[in-house]
Write a protein that binds this ligand. Sequence first.
Ligand code: KDG
Length: 321
Amino acid sequence: MLDVVTLGEMLVQFNSVTTGPLRHVVYFEKHAAGAEANFAIGMVRLGFKAGFITRLGNDEFGKYILSVLRGEGVDTSRVKVDDEAPTGIYFIQRGYPVPERSSVVYYRRGSAASKLSPEDIDEDYIKGSRLLHLTGITPALSDSCMEATLKALRIAVENKVMVSFDTNVRMKLWLKAEKARKALLPMIEKADVVLTEPEDAEILIGEREPRKIIDKILALGPKIVVVKLGAEGAMASNGKEVAVKPGFRVPVVDVIGAGDAFAAGFMASILKGRSLEDALLFGNAAGALVVTVRGDIENLPSWEDIERFLAFQRREHVMFR
Ligand code: KDG
């Protein structure tokens, strides 16, 4: 039996070794990444059994991604290989035009994962799990991906499986804000835990202020709402208490993937019955570790590494040898 099931697209990420506009970058480093897969790997590192539903192309990049998922211990029994469509890829531009920020350029239209459809969603697989994690990326990939997401959500709700939903609004995929709003709001309403950030909330509910975002989303039905504030930390509420935790100061190499690391740290803590404050602390720590390197998954921490990171932040003596 699994603890967590998620679905979406894992892509090959070509991360610029140097900062600056992509046209001048000479060297790219190959990684495997994608919001939901990052989350699944993050949860495995934190001791949970996680399964990932997707389609991969029958190509070199598909083989690479499958080996990464298997190597990380993610259950790949529901990963299908598609002979017709390729594995998606994307490039990351770092530090330009905004220092310490990254942007993405996708080559994923028509990818194998965009062909994911309701027939790929196995009812028993989700029923037997403790948590279904969804993000706003998968429903933006295609109509069939949207239907697959809705089917997974329906199964979870009907079987009282906890649902976490990370808004992850990607306007490069939606193109129109109205489309994102119409698709994602009904999903948010059915989720138990919603993770979002001010930029997404502005698009979805016309609100940027963390406290107001929390109140507005709690009023839609979710039991816990978390607002991720990047380097500033995060705020969360369960309707009874509001918790706030500042972020950690770390050298920033590439911020892509930090939100997924945060989500894994946060949800792993919730599944372990920890307080909102602890969940924010562990989420922030996981996110901080991920921004210090290129690649989304490499620095996803174990509990032990989170503890060592936190001890160092508290200026406690940490043994390195
Ligand atoms: O959250 C990080 C992801 O955004 C990145 O890895 C790529 O999944 C991705 C996406 O669709 O943007």
